[in-house]
Design a protein around this ligand. Structure first.
Ligand code: CA2
Length: 147
């Protein structure tokens, strides 16, 4: 079965508890449940992870090699700073969709830069928690078309 890693970065464990005006009131546990429901309808399997540590995220991306067919990556603030995550994504050669809850281009200037976008298949942002559903649909479609 096609398997997709959904990897979330720093502070996303706080979703639904603070700043609902920016990130909504859905918790990460709600999003995980949505991803598993969506995966079921798409006929794929999802592994859902969150980590606050950049190096641990690099390790999770490396561990996906040969196991996961696609990665959906909300790297949080590391999106805008991490050459290490960019290199990890390009080294494993697994199609990766960059995902954000908020529209990073409508926010502060420093959020307009993404190291992940340079090596990503595509980018989805601004649709809140529904973005995870959109990203899973897009990845499942991409993997089907390229198999
Ligand atoms: O919009 C997104 O998904 C972001 O990746 C979220 C990151 C931010 O640094 C990116 O620029 C865009 C921040 C995640 C922080 O999540 C919180 C959730 C609730 C309360 C505080 C932070």
């Amino acid at each position: 079965m096609t398997s997709i890693l959904v990897l979330n970065g720093p502070n996303l464990n706080l979703l639904g508890t603070r700043q609902p005006e920016i990130y909504g009131s859905t918790t990460l546990a709600d999003i995980e449940a949505m991803c598993h429901d969506t995966a079921k309808t798409l006929g794929v399997s999802v592994t859902f992870e969150q980590n606050n540590v950049e190096g641990a995220m690099v390790d999770l991306i490396h561990a996906a090699r040969g196991i996961q067919d696609g990665i959906i990556l909300n790297a949080g603030a590391y999106t805008h700073t991490s050459v290490a995550l960019m290199d990890a994504v390009s080294s494993v050669e697994i199609p990766t969709i960059e995902l954000h809850l908020s529209n990073i281009h409508a926010r502060e200037e420093f959020r307009h830069t993404s190291y992940i976008a340079k090596v990503a298949l595509g980018v989805i942002c601004g649709f809140g928690a529904h973005g995870y559903v959109l990203a899973l649909q897009a990845m499942a479609q991409h993997l089907k078309a390229s198999s």
